[in-house]
Design a protein around this ligand. Sequence first.
Ligand SMILES: Cc1cc2nc3c(=O)[nH]c(=O)nc-3n(C[C@H](O)[C@H](O)[C@H](O)COP(=O)(O)O)c2cc1C
Length: 206
Amino acid sequence: MTDTIPRTSSVQDAIETRRSIRRFVQEPLDQSDLREILRLASLAPSANNVQPWRFAVVQNPTLQADLQAASYNQLQVTNAPAVIMLYADMEDVLASAEETLHPNMADEEKRTRAQRLRSSFEPQSVAERAAWANAQANIALGYLLIAARGLGYDTVPMLGFEPEKVRALLGLPEHVQITAIVPLGRRAEEGFPHHRHSVQRLTTFY
Ligand SMILES: Cc1cc2nc3c(=O)[nH]c(=O)nc-3n(C[C@H](O)[C@H](O)[C@H](O)COP(=O)(O)O)c2cc1C
């Protein structure tokens, strides 16, 4: 299957041809492509390299039907061969801070830096630092959408869902912040042409 999927030739091409797609070709997803998309998304940068994004991948029609019900019945949730739940888990980041430090760093230095990171977030509430982590996870969301397109796949990022219901369905703890639900597959529709502000409208040059 992989060999027949046209990939984009450049980042520019991936960005130009990405559109929100809500109807997908009905076929299972190539699992090595799926892993590659997740790997590329996880190359996103984050403050202090904390990498607070986590992925829950659903390829199960029954669970997808439940997720669709928790997403205001948006049909793309069951139409896609896979649904990626991208969420931020700052509590996991703090509990395992040593893991995100460079492997060449000495153990003592790792402990000191990890402790410094924990201390810097201590004054914040769990909700405040979840919001901070969610902002970082949105960078990975952008990477995910472009990586998928680059490998010849399509997506629609979604915020139209009830987070408590989605968390319950996936058994995720209350402290995690769901960044987006992302149905993923090959497009069976063209989507809408881009309609965007001009650079001039958006930018002030000094
Ligand atoms: C954070 C975010 C949340 C979105 N939520 C939904 C959603 O719940 N359902 C949906 O059909 N589209 C959703 N969209 C898709 C937008 O409608 C779409 O990106 C926008 O209209 C621009 O179209 P394009 O993606 O085709 O360029 C969302 C997009 C983003 C970035």
